[in-house]
Design a protein around this ligand. Structure first.
Ligand code: DON
Length: 572
């Protein structure tokens, strides 16, 4: 009898946790304190962020120190040879920094096509021909130049120490090295660091990267010019040329990050700021919230098929519009077009609350202006003043294009694959993209990264994720769990997620995201459903209106969340 009772209680607890509720109704406990909070993909990187906050640094100092340590200890995504975006809210200023890679001046629309006009996917994925001009060295420096409080050299110091004195390989890094052995073995210089003697580093072993430590020291002394001009730029270009790349010294010297006006909107009583073009992320998030408000999504039950159906329908339309997007200079639609109340009204009005619309029937916006794209990493910081930084950075694929620049010690990205190598054909994330995102010299390739800051009545939340095309949808769901349903951070992140991206026409669902009856209901409405292991890996921080800072790292991936002065929550 007792056993039956116990197993009954256990099933209720399992069910409640699947539904995102804790058995006693209380929020699961997470670290909280008033001095600030950091969530990132690696414990050592999060520790660097905390070190800055503890020394009186602000959210920017913490975010940049965290990102730079990720460039050492999380080489599959953290980087100096990649790029990214940041949304910062410092006092009353809300800004977006675009440090996305650019296409080299010698890039051409047909550079990844064979003689029949078919894309040769390896060319835009492996080796330096796949690399855009790195934006991270300027990006991190510019964030700090404008808003940092601690000296620049102090912010770079934890990364120098990690590269010079060594860091311990986590289980997740050991796994990533194992999984990517073939890529890492392709270039001798990469293998020398990451596959010494042909072997991956074991979890628990210590790795030192002296060349990277020297690059970081030069960066600490002289800023981005130390990496983008002079001797390090020369080795980057030489390594690229030796391996079939087209990066030039001028490409590197000419690179500049751009401050942009964030996508701003109000939804469910919150102010939200997210990334504008060249990311599609903020537009997709804005369209999602705008259409859901029109469809009275908040009033629908959290359980059952109604909400998932509407999410799929909204994303089907938002990702169809994504087809028009690209670098701001060539995009076939703007944020103003796609977020205009009129367009959102019209789009929402085409949604049948009972039936799925076939993706073939959903066309991108056709407005008056014109006719008619593992591994990324996100970090979030809040500080004791309520300043917030959401920063997503990437090499694109895990370990980027695979080429480690020998004397410089860092990997180059393969971000060129985010262009539509062959417009209309799916890329590595299955995204079908248009002419607006064709390869072109100096252009920034369209992204899905969605660093986001949301605030209301003295409360602020910073979040974002890696996950390719699933970044906007993963980020949106966690945000909605908080701003619509009032979830605590942990429940908001843990709750299973779904995804739809117009093409292919399917809902991807994480395990436990949809109960059997819900799946049947969705199939009856005309959806097809596929399984997916993770819809984004969300790193999130929050400062409540009474000054309590909290952080949660997504248990789906590597992560470490911590607050000043308290124990860390770590997922290896
Ligand atoms: O900018 C983008 O959208 C992609 N380069 C992001 C790649 C990514 O998230 C891969 N990791 N999961």
């Amino acid at each position: 009898m007792k056993r039956v009772l116990r197993s009954g209680i256990l099933s209720v607890i399992v069910l409640l946790s699947i539904l995102g509720l804790s058995a006693c109704g209380a929020a699961p406990s997470i670290p909280a304190a008033t001095g600030g909070a950091v969530a990132s993909a690696a414990p050592r990187a999060t520790a660097a962020g905390l070190e800055m906050l503890e020394e009186g640094g602000n959210a920017i100092d913490a975010a940049v120190a965290t990102a730079l340590v990720l460039a050492v200890v999380h080489p599959n995504a953290g980087n100096l040879g990649g790029g990214g975006f940041a949304i910062v809210r410092m006092g009353d200023e809300v800004e977006a920094l675009d440090f996305r890679e650019t296409a080299p001046a010698a890039a051409r629309a047909e550079m990844y096509l064979d003689e029949h006009g078919e894309a040769i996917s390896d060319l835009s994925l492996i080796g330096p021909l796949a690399a855009g001009v790195p934006g991270s060295p300027h990006g991190y420096f510019e964030l700090h130049r404008r808003y940092g409080a601690l000296p620049w050299s102090r912010v770079v110091d934890p990364a120098i120490r990690a590269a010079r004195d060594g860091f311990v390989v986590t289980d997740r890094l050991a796994e990533a090295l194992e999984e990517n052995q073939d890529l890492l073995a392709r270039f001798e210089t990469t293998a020398a660091v990451w596959l010494p003697g042909g072997q991956t580093h074991d979890a628990g072993s210590t790795v030192r990267i002296p060349a990277l430590a020297e690059s970081l020291q030069a960066y600490a002394d002289r800023g981005p010019a130390a990496l983008m001009e002079g001797s390090i730029a020369e080795v980057v270009v030489a390594a690229s040329e030796r391996n079939g790349g087209i990066l030039s010294l001028k490409d590197l010297a000419d690179y500049r990050p751009v401050w942009r006006r964030p996508i701003r909107f109000r939804a469910f009583g919150w102010e939200i700021a997210s990334m504008p073009l060249p990311s599609s992320g903020g537009i997709i998030l804005g369209q999602t919230c705008g259409m859901l408000e029109r469809l009275d999504w908040a009033a629908k039950s959290r359980f059952g098929a109604d909400r998932t159906h509407l999410l799929a329908e909204v994303w089907r339309r938002a990702y169809a519009d994504r087809f028009l997007l690209g670098d701001p200079s060539t995009s076939h639609a703007t944020a103003e077009d796609l977020l205009s109340p009129k367009w959102l009204d019209r789009r929402a009005a085409t949604i049948d609350v009972e039936r799925a619309t076939a993706s073939d029937e959903v066309l991108p916006w056709s407005g008056p202006t014109p006719t008619e794209s593992d591994q990324t990493t996100h970090l979030s910081v809040v500080d004791s003043e309520g300043n917030a930084v959401a920063l997503t950075t990437t090499l694109n694929g895990s370990f980027g294009c695979g080429l480690l620049v020998p004397e410089a010690g860092f990997l180059l990205n393969n971000e060129m694959d985010d262009f539509a190598a062959q417009p209309g054909k799916p890329n590595q994330f299955g995204l079908v993209q248009g002419e607006a995102n064709a390869v072109g010299p100096g252009k920034r390739m369209l992204s899905s990264m969605t660093p986001t800051v949301a605030w209301r009545d003295g409360e602020v939340v910073a979040l974002g994720a890696p996950g390719g095309s699933r970044i906007p949808t993963g980020t949106a769901q966690v945000l909605l769990n908080i701003i619509v349903d009032g979830d605590g951070l942990k429940s908001a992140v843990d709750r299973p997620r779904v995804h739809h991206q117009w093409r292919p026409d399917a809902i991807w669902a994480e395990a436990d995201a949809l109960a059997t009856e819900t799946q049947q209901d969705l199939i009856r409405r005309g959806h097809s459903i596929r399984k997916r292991n993770a819809v984004g890996l969300v790193q999130i921080t929050r400062r409540t209106s009474d000054g309590e800072c909290q952080a949660v790292a997504d248990p789906r991936g590597p992560g470490s969340a911590a607050v000043v002065g308290k124990n860390k929550e770590i997922h290896q």
